[in-house]
Design a protein around this ligand. Structure first.
Ligand code: DX5
Ligand code: ZN
Length: 226
């Protein structure tokens, strides 16, 4: 994968858009096409209106995969499940600034488990809300849709937040990834990359239609090299 400003660009296909009845096969197809990172959207029905899956599903995929598992917890008080996520096979855990009272503690707990730590921001949350914890994170995940569902349209103003984070990262001499999650398509990917995102979550654009997973992943990976 290509590097920009020393930061490697990563594609993290979101299995939320895969066929759950055929999950291992869809993951295998994505991996054979070159994906080496997978995004797991855990939703609790409280922090977000939807319920998706928990550690058992992550573990079941882990039994058939060596990819890097990027777990996005859309869960209130996510600290309750860090150990379960690790046991299930998570390599990184991303928590929402809006979902925990003690963000600093949570990020440290994730590191203490030996995992990478990320912080996610809802569209309306400004980057200033996480200013003091930036040295603690491996990933800032900018939500480009209101979390809870795949297949939504990217909210354009969230790209301004990505650019602001790029400036902050440079000024502070930090090296966290800047992720974008929601509504990324082959059509808007170059705009997203120009804004400065380097960790790209792709749900529908990776796994839909299911006959084209292989081509979708190859196209997205190629676009990341440019
Ligand atoms: C949304 C999730 C996303 C979702 C993205 O709440 O956090 O990761 O899977 O799906 P698309 O790419 O279809 O918008
Ligand atoms: Zn996500």
């Amino acid at each position: 994968m290509s590097e920009k400003g020393g930061i490697k660009r990563v594609l993290s296909p979101s299995i939320l858009a895969a066929d759950f009845g055929n999950l291992r096969q869809d993951v295998k197809t994505a991996e054979e096409a070159g994906a080496d990172t997978l995004h797991f959207d855990v939703m609790d029905g409280t922090f977000v209106p939807n319920i998706s899956f928990g550690p058992a599903v992550i573990q079941s995929v882990r039994e058939a995969s060596d990819s890097f598992f990027d777990v996005h917890m859309m869960v209130k008080d996510p600290e309750r499940y860090f150990e379960d996520m690790k046991k299930a096979g998570a390599d990184s855990i991303t928590i929402h600034q809006e979902a925990t009272t003690h963000l600093d503690r949570g990020l440290n707990q994730i590191h203490e488990l030996g995992l990478k730590a990320g912080v996610a921001l809802n569209p309306a949350t400004p980057e200033s809300a996480i200013r003091y914890v930036l040295p603690l994170v491996d990933l800032v995940l900018v939500m480009s849709v209101n979390p809870g569902f795949g297949g939504q349209k990217l909210i354009p103003y969230t790209l301004d937040k990505i650019s602001a984070l790029c400036d902050i990262r440079k000024e502070a001499g930090l090296s966290f990834h800047i992720g974008i999650d929601g509504g990324v398509t082959k059509e808007n990917l170059s705009t997203v990359l120009s804004a400065g995102a380097d960790f790209i979550i792709a749900g529908s654009s990776a796994f839909h239609p299911k006959e084209k997973i292989d081509k979708n992943i190859r196209d997205l990976l190629n676009a990341l090299q440019k």
